[in-house]
Design a binder for this molecule. Structure first.
Ligand SMILES: C[S@@+](CC[C@H](N)C(=O)[O-])C[C@H]1O[C@@H](n2cnc3c(N)ncnc32)[C@H](O)[C@@H]1O
Length: 458
């Protein structure tokens, strides 16, 4: 008997719009590509999602698939430590090098199996097909099948032995937070990152009315909180400029400048303009400065949508010297953004200690220049959406040491968060992502923010 020649392997069939959309392959492919971009190519998630609109990873996906891809990416990043621990226990020889998208395929496959209730046969089949599509990963299609099968069988048992908040926090951040805030608070911070943040809006007026139209809740500071669903641009009130997206914590620094009627205010790192809009609504004449032309354009579009207007200037706020000084200044400085990890779960994998040191240097230069632009008796609010003391408390202490004319103007007990022990002791605003607990985790939390109100005496 002659051995028959093995049949040549069929090439992967082209994507069929109807059939593949039904089984969800395009959503998984987008999720894999997004994870590859963030974790292997170190690109910020917002940048690659943004590019998606002009033909990138999510281009042409129906809304349901886009939502699924985002959910897979979010879960894979939030739970990366747990997922890695499970995968590593089945990858006896570790991950092969130069294997293309193999790692994102395994990570997102395990995320679907262990945290998203996706039936095992669907998650496995789709993961194997994704591997077969990638020329660098296709020789590992059997490995994908074998590893994910074991994840489906034994993964939950391995998970039960892990401390989820701790293992999902990379060591560099964990060590920082234990040093800065102690172990108990570090655990609370880390636990808050496991749940996606709600969507907070700052409304121009009538918070109760907007809360009713959008099925949200009014928070004590006047923000309206919703559970995220669908595209923000399609929500009622977006195109008519009734509100803008702004975490409740991010709305507090501009409020610390109080009534600004008739005052000239500089917003020194202004784009995309959430705080500029608040300053304008508080009655100020605003000069909005930002060094990024693209972001300044975004600020102009946002203000136009809201029916508001400010003078905009593209400049480096660390050296900018206009002719006239200001009654008040808001410096919402560029920072590591570690207070926003609930919304940006890619941050732990893109930022490092080195970035924080560099940003702290820039913040000090921005603060020194801001002080030079302030009229005697004027007020400066300095804020960052960071949990790192180098970008907050230490920055203000160093500024006051360099400049004896600068004093902290303490938060008053009648201001938001002014009655907290923290504000009573230090006069400054410091929020954490685990604060602001409502009745369920998905309605709870706020960005981690720092803000200090400073006055210049001479
Ligand atoms: C935290 S964001 C500001 C957010 C904004 N205040 C808001 O509420 O919408 C920091 C901004 O600082 C800008 N930036 C970074 N370095 C700068 C510099 N040297 N001078 C002026 N703007 C700068 C960035 O382009 C970015 O838009």
């Amino acid at each position: 008997m002659t051995a028959s020649k093995p049949a040549p392997k069929a090439p992967p069939r082209p994507l069929s719009r109807t059939r593949d959309h039904q089984v969800g392959l395009p959503a998984r492919r987008a999720a894999t590509n997004l994870l590859d971009a963030v974790l292997q190519k170190k690109q910020p998630l917002d940048d690659v999602l943004g590019r998606a609109q002009d033909g990138g990873y999510m281009f042409d996906l129906p809304a349901r698939d886009r939502a699924l891809a985002r959910a897979i990416v979010g879960t894979s990043l939030r739970r990366r430590g747990q997922l890695d621990a499970v995968l590593n226990s089945f990858l006896e020889r570790g991950l092969p090098a130069k294997a293309g998208t193999l790692y994102p395929i395994l990570l997102s496959g395990a995320a679907q199996l262990l945290f998203m209730n996706v039936p095992a046969h669907a998650a496995l089949d789709l993961a194997v097909r994704l591997a077969q599509w990638d020329p660098k990963a296709k020789r590992y299609d059997k490995l994908v099948n074998a590893v994910l099968r074991r994840v489906a069988d034994k993964g939950t048992e391995i998970l039960s032995k892990l401390n989820a908040p701790r293992v999902n926090t990379p060591d560099w951040l964990w060590d920082r937070w234990v040093r800065a805030w102690g172990k108990e608070r570090a655990l609370e911070i880390a636990a808050s990152h496991l749940v996606e943040a709600p969507l907070d809006l700052t409304v121009k007026s009538d918070p109760e009315g907007w809360a009713e139209r959008l099925e949200g809740r009014v928070l004590p500071s006047g923000s309206v909180r919703l559970l995220p669903k669908g595209r923000i641009e399609e929500l009622p009130g977006f195109s008519e400029g009734g509100w803008w997206v702004q975490d409740v914590a991010a709305s507090l620094p501009a409020k610390m400048l109080g009534d600004l009627a008739g005052k000239r205010v500089a917003d020194l790192c202004a784009a995309p303009g959430g705080k500029t809009a608040q300053l304008l609504l508080a009655g100020a004449t605003v000069v909005a400065v930002d060094s990024s032309p693209t972001r300044l354009k975004l600020l102009e579009q946002n203000l136009k949508r809201l029916g508001l207007a400010a003078e905009t200037i593209q400049a480096d706020a660390a050296t900018w010297q206009p002719e006239e000084r200001f009654d008040a200044i808001l410096l919402d400085a560029p920072c590591s953004s570690t207070g926003t990890i609930r919304r940006h779960p890619d941050i732990p994998y893109l930022k490092s200690d080195k970035d924080i040191a560099e940003l702290a240097g820039l913040q000090a230069r921005l603060l020194d220049n801001a002080v030079s632009l302030l009229k005697p008796g004027g007020t400066l609010v300095y804020s960052t959406c960071s949990l790192e003391p180098e970008e907050g408390e230490a920055q203000v202490a160093a500024l006051m040491a360099r400049n004896p004319a600068i004093r902290i103007d303490p938060l008053r007990p009648d201001e938001p968060f002014g009655d907290t022990e923290w504000a009573q002791a230090s006069g400054i605003l410091r929020t954490f992502p685990f604060q602001f607990q409502l009745d369920s985790p998905e309605w709870s939390g706020m960005d981690g923010f720092f803000a200090a109100r400073l006055t210049r005496e001479g």
